[in-house]
Design a protein around this ligand. Structure first.
Ligand SMILES: [Zn+2]
Length: 594
């Protein structure tokens, strides 16, 4: 199905960094003395409309040292880390030239986000003369990265090295000449140009090495091996080396999806879980290729992290994801499936449609959580232990109810009120999209998202690109998304009260204007179905009201308390109390879930 493969091609946008060519070596001098040393040649083009005088670089392994903004955001360098300086990470540019001119002397650390002068996660060079629009530069960088003990996302475990955010990487230059080059934060992820990567890695030959590129060459000689990886149309490069990895290969193809090779690098003691990983990936590939569009790469790699490095699990990189499993994970808890499906989803929302993950994280995490929940709900249950069952969509609501009071969804990731980032960016977003889907109908909603995917593949859309594109398909839904995305808080629809023939309905919290279906039953057996829009409603039904139901088809997933949507003259006070008790038990249970 060539047509399918190439339908994205005309939209390819190459700009900023055109290509990276790297030669690096992994040097292991001790348990925590693990270095990646080498050089990179970057072809960079000024794609902005204005001249550029400076180029900032991410030096993200400097997050794992004293004084960094990351360490401040997690509450300071942990006590153990103060004692063990050898655990710290470090990333240093030894030499940098631009078109042959040595600019090492112009390098300086900058802190564009928070002014924390101890943070070294961004450094910039000043060009001897401005680069005009369209100018191409050859940037050569010699660098050394010391991997930290695994703390978050990258680093060394026991015989396991997860090498991500490891090379000096330029920021993203916007049209108006503004750079996006954020410091490394606790919350908020990454943003970079689509480029071609060619990376040659030298490593000890007893390690199994893989990367998010196609392995084009591998040579072993004695204790060393060298591997060459190549990949185009990706915006990050990551590699992994492990002494125990077992490689499992599989494939997926369908009328809607050209063949994809599935590579699973799994720990030997997790081998019995391999079927769970592979089935989850295939389920996700099937769902996405049918609803949104084909996965545009030939390969997807899943890394099953070593137990010493579980903090590298559950992460996404272009064409490579990290899962997570445990030796004895009961089949009733679909954690491995959930994390695999979630991280695979990022291939679409982050990998191909590459929004700025730090400033508008909902576009990747929230859209992706919405899909995760839809795919997970194709399993009968997310959680099924001793007869207690819950679906993924049900477990999402709790964070939304508890933790969305301080900031709107559209807030830069590191600026959220403590502890409320994921409830907004993941949960509130996913529930809003799920509500939107149920209100317009599944097929229509997925078609709109498919159009968004097609239009913004291999580029960097923003929130307004998203809303404009889907509204072209769905009409004006600003009554839903404006309050839900741009205001803090939640919404609740309720039966305020019933007095004989009269019913009062009330909307509390956010002013969400959507059609709300209501059913009222009167004593003569008549059913009155109508649509209510607005803040409140007082209505007389002519006969004694016996039953009221707001949103009987359960479309409003953003309704903070769906239990006050029903009223019945028959239900006695004890049975209402028993109902509330059950609801509370469920809430406690859901709270315990990851
Ligand atoms: Zn995610």
């Amino acid at each position: 199905m060539r047509k399918l493969i190439f339908f994205l091609a005309p939209l390819l946008l190459f700009s900023g960094v055109i290509s990276y060519k790297m030669e690096v070596a992994l040097e292991i001098k001790g348990r925590y003395k693990v270095f990646v040393k080498g050089r990179e040649i970057i072809q960079w083009e000024n794609n902005a409309q204005v001249p550029v005088e400076r180029i900032p670089f991410h030096l993200y392994q400097n997050a794992f040292r004293k004084g960094s903004s990351f360490m401040k955001e997690i509450g300071g360098l942990p006590r153990k880390w103060k004692k063990h300086k050898e655990w710290w990470g470090k990333e240093e540019i030894k030499r940098i030239t631009v078109n042959g001119n040595d600019l090492t002397g112009t390098l300086k650390f900058t802190q564009p986000d928070d002014g924390n002068s101890e943070d070294r996660t961004v450094a910039e060079i000043t060009l001897p003369e401005p680069a005009e629009p369209g100018d191409q530069l050859t940037i050569e960088v010699e660098f050394t990265t010391k991997l930290p003990k695994v703390f978050a996302r990258s680093g060394s475990g026991v015989g396991y090295y997860f090498v991500s955010q490891w090379f000096p990487k330029p920021g993203v230059l916007l049209d108006d000449g503004k750079w996006v080059c954020h410091q490394y934060h606790r919350n908020g992820e990454f943003f970079a140009d689509f480029s071609t990567y060619e990376v040659k890695i030298k490593a000890p030959s007893d390690l199994v090495v893989t990367a998010n590129g196609e392995l084009v060459k591998q040579e072993k000689s004695g204790k060393n091996q060298s591997l060459l990886f190549r990949q185009d149309r990706i915006h990050d490069f990551v590699w992994v080396a492990d002494k125990d990895f077992i490689k499992v290969e599989d494939r997926f193809s369908s009328p809607k999806q050209p063949e994809v090779k599935i590579l699973l690098f799994i720990q030997p003691d997790h081998l019995r879980q391999k079927g769970r990983y592979l089935e989850a990936i295939k389920r996700a590939l099937k769902f996405y290729s049918e609803k949104i569009g084909p996965y545009p790469y030939k390969r997807i790699t899943i890394i099953d992290p070593d137990i010493s490095a579980m903090r590298t699990s559950g992460m996404e990189y272009p064409t490579l994801i990290t899962g997570g499993s445990l030796y004895l994970l009961p089949k009733g808890i679909k954690f491995t499936e959930d994390v695999t499906i979630h991280e695979f989803g990022h291939q679409y929302w982050y990998g191909v449609v590459a929004n700025n993950e730090t400033d508008e994280a909902w576009l990747d995490e929230g859209v992706n959580t919405f899909f995760e929940e839809n795919i997970m709900d194709t399993y009968p249950w997310f959680f099924d232990i001793l007869g207690y069952r819950a679906r993924d969509s049900e477990r999402l609501r709790l964070g939304y109810i508890k933790s969305t009071y301080a900031d709107p969804i559209i807030t830069p990731s590191w600026k959220f009120f403590p502890g409320t980032y994921s409830a907004n960016v993941y949960t509130k977003t996913a529930l809003t999209l799920e509500t939107w889907k149920r209100l317009v109908g599944e097929d229509k909603f997925f078609s709109a998202l498919s159009e968004y995917y097609r239009k913004y593949a291999f580029s960097h859309p923003t929130s307004s690109d998203f809303f404009n594109t889907v509204q072209q398909y769905l009409g004006d839904w600003s009554g839903l998304w404006k309050p839900m995305f741009y205001r803090a808080g939640k919404v609740n629809w309720k039966v305020y009260g019933v007095w004989g023939r009269e019913v009062i309905l009330l909307r509390q919290g956010l002013d969400v204007e959507v059609p709300v279906e209501v059913e009222v039953e009167t004593q003569d057996g008549k059913k009155h179905s109508f649509v209510w829009e607005g803040k409140w409603l007082k209505k007389n039904f002519g006969k004694k009201v016996v039953k009221v139901s707001i949103d009987p088809k359960e479309k409003l997933m953003i309704d903070a308390n769906p239990f006050d949507n029903r009223w019945s003259r028959k239900s006695s006070i004890p049975s209402r109390l028993a109902w509330r008790f059950l609801v509370n038990i469920q809430a406690i249970f859901l709270n315990l879930l990851p």
